[in-house]
Design a protein around this ligand. Structure first.
Ligand SMILES: [Zn+2]
Length: 207
């Protein structure tokens, strides 16, 4: 897709300006798909896969597995339609969903980072790498972090299951929203517990 056409679609669909070409293209395609303005891929009939070849495997090379493609001509009328639908708020449910998913992904990364960047884990890993013995106190602290985070990781797994069922049309939007809210609430409490344990450890070490 040429840059000028992509830029005008970005404006029409309110896609953020500070993205690179690939990110803009992905955002534009997702939004157009949600607005039913893309064509079903003519090569794979919207399945995303095609007969095996050694470069792409079974991924359809026309739509790259996206299942939809741009219409042949993207003229002003097409851009105007996208713009009108956007201005009428037709993208709002989609954007809310994207935002929720990004919040959840951030929560996952945040728990991982808190655990692995903590002095408890860093010291623990350093000692293991030296093949030395971890003293019982550090071991207990490391175990505490594992125990505290387990319910969050379990809940995350539950959420993933519901999300994939939702994508198959087997779970409702309400179920997905409930799961997302539960996961986020758990994230907040687990995050605070991890921080408290890390603070305790620092305090004890400095005594
Ligand atoms: Zn295809």
């Amino acid at each position: 897709m040429d840059v000028k056409a992509l830029e005008s679609l970005c404006v029409a669909l309110n896609v953020k300006h500070n993205l690179n070409y690939a990110e803009k293209l992905t955002a534009v395609m997702n939004r157009l798909r949600y607005l039913n303005l893309l064509d079903v891929c003519s090569r794979c009939s919207g399945t995303g896969s095609y007969s095996y070849n050694s470069i792409n495997g079974t991924v359809c090379f026309q739509c790259k597995g996206f299942k939809f493609t741009f219409p042949k001509t993207i003229n002003q009328e097409y851009v105007n339609t996208a713009s009108e639908l956007t201005n009428r708020g037709r993208l709002i449910p989609y954007l809310e969903e994207v935002k929720k998913r990004s919040t959840i992904n951030k929560a996952r990364k945040s728990i991982d980072n808190l655990i692995w960047n903590s002095n408890i884990s860093q010291e623990y890993v350093a000692i293991i790498n030296q093949k030395a013995n971890v003293d019982s106190e550090l071991y207990a602290y490391r175990q505490k972090l594992t125990d505290i985070s387990k319910p969050f990781y379990d809940k995350q797994h539950e959420y993933d299951v519901i999300e994939s069922r939702y994508k198959l049309g087997k779970a409702s939007k309400e179920e997905l929203d409930d799961a997302a809210n539960d996961l986020y609430d758990l994230y907040v409490s687990v995050r605070d517990e991890i921080k408290a344990v890390c603070n305790n450890y620092e305090k004890e070490k400095s005594l």
